[in-house]
Design a protein around this ligand. Sequence first.
Ligand code: UD1
Length: 426
Amino acid sequence: MESFYIVGRNQLNGSVKIDSAKNALLPILAACILINGEVYLKDVPKYNDVVAMTKILTHLGAKISWNDDNLIVNCACLDACDVPDELARVVRSSIFTLGPITARLKKAKVAYPGGCDIGLRPIDIHLAGLRQLGIKVIDKNGYIYTDGEKISSNDVMLSFPSVGATENIMMLAVFAKGQTRIFNPAREPEIVDLQNFLNKCGAKISGAGGNVISVEGVNDLHGCEYKAISDRIEAGTFLIAGAMCGGEIELDGAVSNHNQALLTKLEKTTCKIKCYNDKIILKSIRRPKSFLEVETAVYPGFPTDLQAPMMALACVSDGYSMICENLFEARFKHVGELLKMGGDIRCKNGICIICGKKKIYGADVESTDLRGGASLVLAGLVAEGYTTVKNIEFIDRGYFHLEDKLSSLGASIKRIKSEERLDNYN
Ligand code: UD1
């Protein structure tokens, strides 16, 4: 068990490189199951969730190897069609394997997914989509069993634009003869990236990012070399950190178009933001003003994954802010920890009102999920005194060497064994 030990109140200055997106890599790794050949994925950070997905692929029979930061996946020979509970419970995205295993091997047995505890996270939309493509689905004893012998293309209407369900159905439809159309799909940039990856492997998919996705069935897919898009949530986390800590930071590789909802909010806080082709520069010279309100929504609305980091910003902004979480009902677990640091937050029915304070104070706090953990790190960076953030394995799910990147910008943050004595660093 490791923790972050943070001494607060340093400005952030300098430049960091934004990594490839976790939420793009996870479906791309699942899509490798469809591919009869070698896929060379460039610049892949060893996020805990990515490593967990490679273990699932290995269990299925894939050959996995690393060449520095590049990940090579070969699913030419698959000899299992199941994802057991002990592998599925580690990562929510294990459910992404259901579509591709069924498409490639015509049957699958996948355990219910685990992942961060941020709410109920049902999979009914995934299963309804599978059934609309002629898949027989049995949901029994914590496992989903599929029979894909009678797979056929069809029009699929999603009852909600779920990211994972859209990706699962896109992957399932790749080998279904004829045209499948997915109506009301999620429109996140990671969906477009999955389309681009699959098309590079020989698929015929169009419309991702829009209102209808069309998949023309093909007979097989071949390997390719690919680099996933940059991580808009990592970029967003650094932008929020910059707004809170003051200074001037440059995010190399960040795509401003993918973060419009956040940038609009940050502009209200008196930060100066400049967007270029593949970088964003943020300058913050005084205490940020309140961004007033944020309501999470599907893309291109405000991302739920940046709700917790925005809460940390609200805690130190000048004025009141309101945050409304519309996607995950249990995604406020960071609130109790921010209260320990002197945050003034009241929550009811999925809405929090935050009264920004001039100062918050360091404390021993615990992350209970990935983005909630990140919000505690941000709070620690501006808090007076020192903060220990425990259970950082949650943070490692979706940030790679976060402490090194923040240190390179001037933050005082170290990774310590949880049992280590803190006064070693005092
Ligand atoms: C993905 C992202 C996650 C992000 C989320 C919302 C990845 C790996 N993860 O998660 O970081 O927070 O999108 O942007 O890409 N729902 C159902 N039934 C279903 C599926 C979803 O009711 O079958 C509901 C969920 O409970 C939630 C909403 O739909 O309220 C959105 O979930 P979804 O878009 O599916 O999120 P994920 O794909 O799990």
